[in-house]
Design a protein around this ligand. Sequence first.
Ligand code: PMP
Length: 282
Amino acid sequence: MYLNGRFLPRSEARLDVEDRGALFADGVYEVLRAYGSRLYLADEHLARLKRSLAALHIQTTAEVDRLIEITAELLDRDARPEAQVYWQVTRGAAPRARGFPENPRPTVLVLSWPIEPLAAHEQHLAGVRAILQPDRRWGRCWIKSLMLLDNVLAAQAAAEAGADEAIYHRDGIVTEGSATNVLIAHRGRLITRPADEAILAGITRARVLELAVEAGLPVEQRPFDTGELAGADEVMLTGTSTNVAAVTHLDNRPIADGHPGPMARQLHAALIADILRYCGLA
Ligand code: PMP
């Protein structure tokens, strides 16, 4: 792993107990993936990390600017060409007081985990089950902050219901999944909520929308409610760890005939092809 300027084994990593990430969730993160030693859409992830930092008034440092190179070196050292990568930047460590400390030094952490090569399981479109959950998070979900407690509870509620993901709604209007963005297909149109303040502007969501436009699919960015979700021809999830998944059941009721549909298949195939091309594996 990498922590504050050093590559080191986990057993040697020391994180200050007064790090504001741990005390206040006062920090931001990104999750991205490497395939064949290339970080997919790394510039987009770094740009979003910087937007999140700016929103929290955490200064971007030279170390943050070098995160892509640092990560490449880490994956090289660990001989890990296929990886899930976690970037975390907090405001730093300081005696516990709520206001910002003077001259904090941001804590920069990079972790990675091995994943299977894309050629294996992800080539296959996953059919998943979802449940609905009220969205009780704060109103600034476009910031990718460490404050994920409601997402944790929603994911656990899904697991306890035998489902894979929780889909949030605010007063009946769909926001996003606990770790994914939500898209629906209806009468040949691809519909998704605009990336406003209430959801994370998913990197996968944006890329899938571009690929849909390139394929000539009509794309509509507008809010939709839980009724339209349940009655859609198809429901899809997008995310870095999910790629494109087809929701086959919502609250134990089938979406259409309860099988992944053609638009999910098409967008999943287009995304996998894009990853392989981008990472020089095609
Ligand atoms: N929404 C939320 C709440 C998430 O945690 C994630 C995963 N980071 C996403 C959407 C999907 O974003 P991305 O495609 O950038 O991984």
